[in-house]
Design a protein around this ligand. Structure first.
Ligand code: AMP
Length: 217
């Protein structure tokens, strides 16, 4: 399988966890637009300031803002041989922008992975989630608590909940995902890009095994 891959899944489907591991195993960068945006916010850039208000409300950031951040990221040399794109494209406009980046309409990705899980599972996963403020390791107070509350097992830094993991924002993100991303997947089906679906329920290792098998990796 080639190495330009996309990963899709509703918030809480374990995209971040599995995408990081898959990208490392395949030797390609994990490019997550949510992380690019959070970095821009952390750095206090103009793009970050604009993005912050949308993210806090659980809404999608305007297309042109995300598209330009992504174009910059994919222009870096480590993305030349491939990448695992996480959280993009989320709208039809972004899907078109990706087609352009891939070679003016002629290029295609090598695989589109869709993670799926029931809504109750997703809400519980997100409501309990905390992330390390230094190394970005992810914990969950129901399923994967740290040894000491609020402290990262891996590096000892403080854990924090994301501002958009509040329940009202989560519901909006799930609704946005369903309405907008399904149109993107339809477009990919029309382009005959290879799409595989994997159930993201059960143990993390078990889900990852399914992913590797489905991607033929
Ligand atoms: P994520 O980390 O993928 O859950 O993204 C967190 C938030 O960043 C989302 O709820 C959106 O507000 C914003 N975001 C991330 N990727 C995109 C994108 N491709 N288009 C628009 N907004 C995005």
């Amino acid at each position: 399988m080639g190495k330009r891959l996309l990963i899709f899944g509703p918030p809480g489907a374990g995209k971040g966890t599995h995408a990081k591991r898959l990208a490392a195993d395949l030797g390609i960068p994990h490019v997550a637009t949510g992380e690019l945006l959070r970095q821009a916010i952390g750095q206090g850039t103009e793009a970050g300031r604009r993005a912050d208000e949308y993210i806090r409300r659980g809404e999608l950031v305007p297309d042109e803002l995300v598209e330009s951040l992504l174009a910059e990221r994919l222009a870096r040399s480590d993305a030349r041989e491939g990448y695992l794109l996480d959280g993009f494209p989320r709208t039809v406009s972004q899907a078109r922008a990706l087609q352009e980046l891939l070679g003016h309409g002629a290029g295609r990705v090598d695989g589109v992975l869709c993670l799926e899980a029931p809504e109750e599972t997703l809400v519980k996963r997100i409501a309990g989630r905390t992330t390390c403020t230094r190394c970005q390791a992810v914990y969950n107070r129901f399923f994967h608590p740290p040894q000491e509350a609020g402290v990262c097992d891996a590096c000892g830094a403080a854990l924090a909940a994301r501002t958009d993991d509040r329940e009202d924002a989560v519901r909006r993100r799930l609704a946005e995902y369903r309405s907008k991303t399904s149109a993107v997947l339809e477009l990919f089906r029309g382009l005959r890009w290879p799409i595989v679906s994997v159930a993201s329920t059960g143990e993390v290792g078990e889900v990852y095994g399914r992913i590797r098998a489905a991607m033929g990796a």
